[in-house]
Design a protein around this ligand. Structure first.
Ligand code: HEC
Length: 106
């Protein structure tokens, strides 16, 4: 399910309605879910957006070793190089890396 599309559609609907336009503050957007599971992060974000250039994203120990660097690079918008993350993907990845790249194993 693409939440981004719903938000976009919502903003457009509101935008066309009566003049009660309320700008949705993007900083309020929540991460997809509180993911503490490396496999979800890997398959949903790292493989599609990072693996092409960084094979190490497939290994939890390597990602953990780079955890704060990943957070930094992504928060600065430097990674993914020549690509982009959807806002929710970015929030999820930043949230996970800010919390030490833990893996619940679930
Ligand atoms: C198109 C290729 C490409 C993609 C896609 C990409 N990177 Fe990078 N990344 C690089 C290159 C090249 C560097 C070396 C530094 C530079 O050129 O900025 C780098 C550097 C890094 C570094 C600094 C440590 C190191 O390995 O040098 C981190 C951390 C990083 N990338 C994380 C990511 C993450 C996380 C993603 C996905 C969200 C990602 N990168 C996507 C090419 C890429």
């Amino acid at each position: 399910m693409n939440k981004g599309l719903f938000i976009l559609a919502g903003v457009m609907l509101v935008g066309c309605g009566p003049r009660t336009f309320e700008f949705k503050d993007l900083t309020d957007t929540q991460p997809l879910e509180k993911i503490q599971n490396f496999e979800s992060i890997r398959t949903q974000i790292l493989v599609p957006h990072c693996q092409g250039c960084h094979a190490w994203v497939n290994q939890l120990s390597s990602v953990q070793a780079n955890c704060s660097e990943v957070n930094f690079q992504v928060s600065m918008g430097w990674m993914p190089k020549r690509g982009s993350l959807q806002l929710e993907e970015k929030k999820t990845l930043l949230d996970w890396t800010a919390n030490g790249c833990q893996d619940s194993g679930r």
